[in-house]
Design a protein around this ligand. Structure first.
Ligand SMILES: Cc1ncc(COP(=O)(O)O)c(C=O)c1O
Length: 506
């Protein structure tokens, strides 16, 4: 099978539409990590991602008879643009099924490439089913985003280029973002057949770890829900063929957090002055984690920078979280006595430490709560030192730097601690953003339970995040949980989160 893939990759047709991208040194990151880091610049493809390779190879390999009927796919992202451009290049019709939740800007991008757009369903799974059905009805060829040998081979041409651009003897590892697994399957099958010594390391977000979980279980696992931040890799189940290849050839999968992805977007920017999308920065985040773990130096490590289709309005969020991911900011909750001078005493304690954020909320007559952000220059050691000195000065302090709810919501909230409120449970939700999404969310929650707290903040145009306090009497708790699970929104219960207790009076 391996030879088969090498053969398919060598014979893949991608260059009618894709370009051979450069393999560039990343001098700043290399210096910082004390290793030689190279970026494979797939963000420079015509539709700003590597997906055009696989989509076009599939389309180019079709017989004239199949091709003239046209192709169909389901996607709201880079695959949609790849299929639309690929079909236009071959001069055949393309139908792209997108969920109704797809932001306008993405619909427009595909329409501009000449694809016929069908909006259907609330999420990718529904769009996918509809595309299969429509394809059968209209006799169109379905172009799968990852689980197809021609798509895998198209993505594998990246490995062929890398080994032409840099001698295989001098490469230690290649880091590859993983969604459904098409990209890593193609790269691994090619590289391992020529240089089994080169490590192939997949990188996934912690909250979309489909390949990691599947490899661990020894079979394909379907995730109940996936985080949407790195939308290019937000896949609930990896492919059958991609899983088979990953099992055979992939050395390991590294998981990274949203903050680490944001920090990697900034690292890429510093070396290239280009902005990667979240999935496009995964490999760099993975390299950083690997180097810290292995404590290695002087290795040659390649990151596949897979795409640059970033929504501009998400940059605010990315910039905010990049400092946390790079350990340049610490967030603390500090309790101080409500006595004159304690504020001053606390600020004196901080001395010349630069403050990034300072939120105060009256607690009661005895104590006040402060949410404070501090800039760090020496990472975790400095953060631990600060915690220690604040505590030593007699203030009750808690580290909130890794507390997702505190970072997403509490830091933006002001309001009193509600008194006399019973049975409040706190939940954090994620849902696809589109006009009316908030209303739909509230309708889905229904009127069966009282909402006692609400914070919503739009993080870019494709998904919204809500923190909601809901009064759930004990006797209705089971019903409520059943209802929540039926909504199919990603959610986390936060009732026991210390930030809730401290700042919102839970
Ligand atoms: C930018 C980017 N990176 C990575 C991936 C993941 O590729 P695969 O699904 O082949 O694993 C995608 C998929 O669309 C993507 O758009």
């Amino acid at each position: 099978m391996q030879e088969n893939y090498v053969d398919r990759i060598l014979k893949a047709k991608v260059y009618d539409v894709a370009v051979e991208t450069s393999l560039e040194a990343a001098p700043r990151l290399s210096r910082r990590l004390d290793n030689r880091i190279l970026f494979k610049r797939e963000d420079l493809q015509p539709v700003f991602s590597f997906k055009i390779r696989g989509a076009y190879n599939k389309i180019a390999q079709l017989s004239a008879i199949s091709a003239q009927r046209g192709v169909i796919c389901a996607s709201a992202g880079n695959h949609a643009q790849g299929v639309a451009l690929g079909a236009r290049t071959r001069g055949i019709p393309a139908v792209i099924v997108m969920p109704l939740t797809t932001p306008d800007i993405k619909v427009q991008a595909v329409a501009d490439l000449g694809g016929e757009i069908v909006l259907h369903g609330d999420d990718y799974d529904q769009a996918y089913e509809h595309a299969l059905e429509l394809g059968r009805e209209r006799g169109l060829v379905f172009v799968h985003p990852f689980d197809d040998p021609d798509v895998i081979a198209g993505q594998g041409t990246i490995a062929m280029e890398i080994l032409r651009q840099h001698h295989g003897d001098e490469i230690d590892a290649i880091f590859v973002p993983v969604g459904g697994g098409g990209l890593i399957a193609g790269i691994a099958a090619y590289v391992k057949s020529l240089y089994p010594r080169i490590k192939i390391i997949g990188v996934e977000p912690e909250d979309a770890a489909g390949m990691y979980e599947s490899l661990r279980a020894g079979k394909r696992v379907t995730l109940d829900r996936v985080g949407m931040f790195a939308d290019g890799v937000a896949v609930r189940r990896v492919g059958e063929e991609t899983f088979r290849l990953a099992r055979q050839y992939v050395d390991e999968i590294i998981l990274v957090t949203t903050d680490q992805i944001c920090a990697a977007i900034q690292d890429i920017f510093q070396d290239t002055r280009s902005i990667a999308e979240a999935a496009g920065a995964l490999a760099v985040a993975g390299i950083k984690k690997y180097v810290a773990r292995e404590n290695c130096t002087a290795r040659t490590l390649i990151a596949i920078n897979g795409g640059a289709n970033m929504n501009f309005d998400r940059l605010r969020y990315v910039a905010e979280r990049a400092d946390l991911g790079a350990q340049r900011e610490a967030l603390f909750a500090v309790e101080m006595p409500e006595v004159p001078g304690s504020f001053l005493r606390f600020c004196e304690l901080l001395g010349r430490q630069s403050v990034t954020e300072f939120n105060y909320r009256y607690g009661d007559l005895k104590a006040a709560q402060i949410f404070v952000g501090l800039a760090l220059t020496q990472g975790k050691a400095e953060r631990d030192g600060l915690l220690h000195s604040i505590a030593a000065a007699g203030f009750a302090v808690r580290d909130m730097t890794d507390n997702e709810m505190a970072k997403l919501h509490v830091r933006y909230m002001v309001g009193g601690q509600a008194r006399g409120l019973n049975d409040e449970r706190l939940y954090r939700f994620e849902f696809p953003e589109r006009p009316g999404a908030l209303l739909k969310f509230l309708q889905a929650i229904g009127t069966g339970w009282n909402i006692s707290l609400f914070h919503y903040r739009n993080h870019g145009s494709d998904y919204g995040r809500v923190l909601a306090g809901i009064q759930v009497p004990l006797e209705t708790r089971t019903d409520f949980l059943l209802h929540l699970n039926e909504l199919h929104y990603a959610y986390t219960e936060e009732t026991d989160n210390p930030a809730y207790k401290i700042f919102l009076g839970g």
